[in-house]
Design a protein around this ligand. Sequence first.
Ligand SMILES: Nc1ncnc2c1ncn2[C@@H]1O[C@H](COP(=O)(O)OP(=O)(O)OP(=O)(O)O)[C@@H](O)[C@H]1O
Ligand SMILES: [Mg+2]
Length: 504
Amino acid sequence: MCEAVRQNENKLIESEQRIRSLFERVEHAIFRINEYGASTESNDRFRKLFGNVTELCDILIGEVSATQCMKRAAFEKTLHLEDKAVGRNGDELTIALSLYAERNEAGGITGFDGYLIDITEKKRLEERLVRSQKLEAIGTLAAGMAHDFNNLLTAILGYSGIMLKMTKEDDPFYKPVSVINDAAKRGAALGKKILTITRKEKMEARPVNVNDLINQSIDLLRSSFPRNVDVVMHLDASLPTTTADPSQLQQVIINLAVNARDAMPDGGTLTVETAVADPATGVSSLAPAQGPGFLKLSVSDTGTGIGPDTQSKIFDPFFTTKEVGRGTGLGLYIVHSIVTNHGGYINVYSEPRQGTRFNIYLPVSTDASLEARSEAMDISGKETVLIIDDEPHIRDLCKDMLVPLGYTVLIADSGSHGIKLYREHQARISLVILDIIMPQMGGNEVFHALKTINKHVPILLYSGYSHNNFSGINDLLKSGAAGFIQKPFSTQDLGIAIRKALSA
Ligand SMILES: Nc1ncnc2c1ncn2[C@@H]1O[C@H](COP(=O)(O)OP(=O)(O)OP(=O)(O)O)[C@@H](O)[C@H]1O
Ligand SMILES: [Mg+2]
């Protein structure tokens, strides 16, 4: 019997040891408190999270007090809730807490068993996810709005452009018309910006003069700068072009300049500089030593500066030190992704209370003369062009733009009408200009119908969407469309697109 008792005792000890080691090693913080809330036992994880606290009320700092927790657990037997707690270093944690009441035979409470999980990181990720889903929804909405506005702006920009050419400077209509034209241009730039933010993929690149882009961006921003911020520009006139998406680069400049402005609430100086990067001082240890080299764009301010701890985080998505509603923490993340997408590099130098400088290095274009050639290109032509668009003012505008350039223009107000006209006149039609978004028969269907009639017909697409916001455009380009032009466009833009499409 003695032996049996000893064996049982050993088993009990073994089992107790097993449970104790499990208790100590689990990922959950486990604790016991007596009926007054004083801690009687806790595991390693609990002590790691909260140190040697003696009372449950010392850790709960949220909406529900320790007394309320115990009352509810006593009444409902178990309690589960999410609340705030203070960690051993004074940091605020979000916890999921479960509390179980223990009673004696008479039914009196003898204490509580509890376990809790630190869900701070999980909550943070959930919030981020909600935020990014919200942003995506806003993006879709914004892209749709930008599309419709681009249609309206095409008419305003196009016709005010035509009128501007017809009026002399001493004409009383000259000023009103040029103001309308300017406003439409700014509207178009804004629409482009919105479409860039909502972009889905990398855009096509062309040689860009960074100095021009800086001037345009700073012009756009200047009215939002307080008077006590001076803007200084040192732009190297001999700067070579870089191959880039201009609206994305504009986004880079704007985001950096807005950050600089925000860092100087008491005023200061924003300096924007460009220069050819000196290969001797090195662009980045990652940059190739061979090749056409890099140009450098710097944006610096005399503001608050960024502490060394913060510097490592500023490019993270959603990292912001600004109050809710003022910053999303996406600005520098977007800057970083645009710069790296363009084969460039970005560095930051900052001294707290002295200021901050961002240096951006972009590869110099290998075909720097392309843009210059576009500007000087002869856009007149004698060909016959068929325009298919459901919007009367846009197709009329295209006609009014093209006839003075020498083109003969046929017009169709729907997809089926366009196909009919093409069938009848295909011998003399050199190019079809096709709106992609049309009711009933969409551009996609018309495109394929035309290609069935004549698989070599050059078709130039246009839309109020950019080809990054609407994947159908890229599909058509892959299926052999002769080019794409985004609304709104000027006579020059349309003329260049037509010449390129015809010579392709
Ligand atoms: N020029 C600067 N001077 C001081 N701090 C800066 C500067 N630029 C960025 N920061 C810091 O980096 C953080 C992240 O910048 P980022 O542009 O990504 O987001 P944001 O400006 O807070 O919000 P958003 O740009 O989305 O409106 C800022 O909140 C700020 O703390
Ligand atoms: Mg910002």
